[in-house]
Write a protein that binds this ligand. Structure first.
Ligand code: PLP
Length: 400
């Protein structure tokens, strides 16, 4: 049946959708999806053209690694394509047990629990931990959207503190009502800036005030620290009483989120995290390749070393263009230019040269902080990094 189109313009929903899109368009904030076909390593096809990616979170290049593909295909051939039910019903495939053992080992925790995505993990874990009204959440202003949504779903009072300001956190803690359950939540590595949270200070505060610290290490896991355990390892806090969130979707080249912590917290979450309880388990292929990813992270530190090498070259190249990147140990490089127009222009300039780095604009980042978010992968070559630097040099020196 054909829809009636005659009165579309009078339909309040139609008007609302159209107005919203017009609003975004006029502010250079309209987004759209691009269809991409992976070719090899950091190269993709978009339409008929080949592009070099500098925006993927596949930091170790595991998403295209042959052993990962093989693990996924084997599991699919043996066990099928879906888990058939939520984990608490019959979807708790045996691969989960192995995977959680590996995660706990990597993160030096008693236990861990795998969710269907990092987003689901944050939303489920935060809303479950802070499910009563006497809870208080202190949250960094640049925390990931899934943390913000977890806070919204909680029953807690939420206080947002200035980025990485542990003195401010102390002042909030010292004036918090007595006997409230306090959760301090922060990204380990911030996704759009690549900097690291003041984890030592936040942990010391959590101990001093009897608060619980939750660190979302989506961008640190597999990449930083001697063994790739993430930002807690990097600052020497492995084994501390901290609840950690992570994802298999970035450096681990797959899909799925996890929380790692004490056995007690994990048992609590199995019973309270709604995004775990009411959502279907991951398919066997994904669990198997996630397992392979953790093995590779453990056995091949050279991938992290290569990333470090490429990072140093990029930072020095950007410095000679006048950008001093103040950042932590992550493979994320924010080129903050500010204006949305300019950043779109730069992104388009690179695109025309076959290099794909999208413009990051509000609301993903604050107003006036639009940027190119360059990310590196261990499968980039030195030549490809030079190619990017050459293109950036051309852009900034044009007309000079
Ligand atoms: C990407 C990201 C997530 C969400 O993880 P997915 O597995 O992609 O759903 C959560 N937190 C942070 C900090 C992230 O960057």
């Amino acid at each position: 049946m054909k829809c009636a189109v005659a009165n579309k313009a009078k339909d309040p929903w139609f008007q609302y959708f159209q107005d919203s899109l017009d609003y975004l368009k006029h502010r250079d904030l309209l987004r759209s999806l691009r269809s991409i076909t992976p070719v090899s390593g950091p190269e993709v096809m978009v339409g008929q053209s080949r592009y070099l990616l500098f925006c993927s979170n596949d930091y170790l290049g595991l998403a295209s690694e042959p052993r990962m593909k093989e693990a996924a295909s084997k599991a699919a051939l043996s066990y099928g394509t879906g888990s058939g039910a939520s984990r608490l019903i019959s979807g708790n495939l045996h691969l989960y047990g192995e995977l959680e053992k590996e995660v706990s080992q990597l993160k030096s925790t008693e236990g861990s629990l795998v969710f269907s995505s990092g987003f689901a993990a944050n939303v489920g874990v935060i809303s479950a931990l802070a499910r009563s009204q006497d809870a208080l959440i202190l949250s960094d202003e640049l925390n990931h959207a899934s943390i913000i949504d977890g806070c919204r779903l909680s029953k807690a009072e939420v206080m947002v503190y200035p980025h990485c300001d542990s003195d401010y956190v102390r002042s909030l803690l010292s004036s918090a009502p007595p006997r409230s359950k306090i959760l301090i939540v922060t990204d380990g590595i911030f996704s759009m800036d690549g900097d690291i949270a003041p984890l030592q200070e936040l942990y010391a505060l959590s101990v001093e005030y009897g608060a619980l610290l939750l660190v979302d290490d989506a961008h640190g896991t597999g990449v930083i620290g001697e063994n790739g355990a993430g930002s807690l390892e990097y600052v020497g806090l492995e084994g501390a009483e901290i609840v950690q969130i992570g994802t298999f979707s970035k450096a681990l080249g797959g899909l799925g989120g996890f929380v790692a912590g004490s056995a007690l917290v994990i048992d609590y979450l199995i019973n309270r995290a709604r995004s775990l309880i009411y959502s279907t388990g991951l398919p066997p292929s994904v669990l198997a390749s996630n397992l392979m990813a953790l093995k590779i992270v453990r056995q091949e530190p050279e991938r992290r070393h290569k990333l470090g090498l490429l990072s140093r070259r990029l930072v020095s190249g950007l410095a000679s263009l006048g950008f001093s990147i103040q950042k932590g140990p992550s493979p994320i490089f924010p080129l903050i230019i500010g204006g949305k127009r300019e950043i779109l222009e730069l992104s388009r300039f690179l695109w025309n040269k076959g290099i794909f780095v999208p413009a990051i604009r509000p609301p993903t980042v604050p107003e006036g902080k639009s940027r190119l978010r360059i990310s590196l992968s261990a499968v980039h070559t030195q030549e490809q990094v030079e190619e990017l630097l050459e293109a950036l040099t051309q852009f900034f020196r044009r007309g000079a």
